[in-house]
Write a protein that binds this ligand. Structure first.
Ligand code: GAR
Length: 192
């Protein structure tokens, strides 16, 4: 039995790609049924095309977040997805969406939560001066970057790190961690 995934992404899509590569390599028994993005120029759209994954761009209106989430939610249900994976999805989900898919939404964040929630987590880590940072996969809850933690990976922070060099080091771990965490969580829910 394979777990059916929906992916939400806003940007480059390298985490999305790492999930597709893990599926291709046989490391994750899964199928991405749909990619949904809030940005018409998201790199993730090109990756979906490359891997023959259905995709949908839904324009996002800050003043009507519910409209995006209703459309996305309907598509996700129509595609019979078991889990929703946020892969660089840069909008805050409303309680409506979280409740509609309770315990079925995963997020990856580039810090060791609960430290450095929100935007620019890597910059926040550098500014604080921590010596270790990393990434976290967690179940999405109504508060941003909160919810039960599924998995974490740590990386060192070096004195001469820049936001770019630290982000790159963390991203390397994100790509390894996300497919593993998705598999573990899907197994726990007996989806695979
Ligand atoms: C990743 O570093 C991800 O952890 C982060 O955005 C990047 C997306 O990269 N997400 C967040 O900060 C969410 N709070 P990608 O588009 O190449 O996967």
């Amino acid at each position: 039995m394979a777990v059916n995934l929906a992916v939400l992404a806003s940007g480059r899509g390298s985490n999305f790609k790492s999930i597709l590569q893990a599926i291709e390599a046989g490391d994750l028994d899964s199928s991405v049924k749909i990619l949904v993005t809030d940005r018409g120029n998201a790199g993730a759209l090109r990756i979906a095309e490359e891997y023959d994954v259905n995709s949908k761009y839904i324009p996002y209106d800050r003043d009507n977040r519910r409209a995006f989430e209703e459309q996305a939610g309907d598509l996700i249900e129509e595609n019979e997805c078991d889990l929703i994976v946020m892969a660089g999805y840069m909008r805050v989900l409303t309680p409506y969406f979280i409740r509609r898919f309770e315990n079925r939404i995963l997020n990856i964040h580039p810090s060791l939560l609960p430290a450095f929630k929100g935007l620019h987590a890597q910059r926040q880590a550098l500014e604080y001066g921590v010596k270790i940072s990393g990434c976290t996969v967690h179940i999405a809850s109504e508060d941003m970057d909160s919810g039960p933690i599924i998995a974490q990976r740590a990386v060192p922070v070096f004195d001469d790190d820049t936001e770019e060099s630290l982000s790159e080091r963390i991203l390397g771990e994100e790509h390894k961690l996300y497919p593993i965490a998705i598999r573990e969580y899907a197994e726990k829910l007996e989806l695979i």
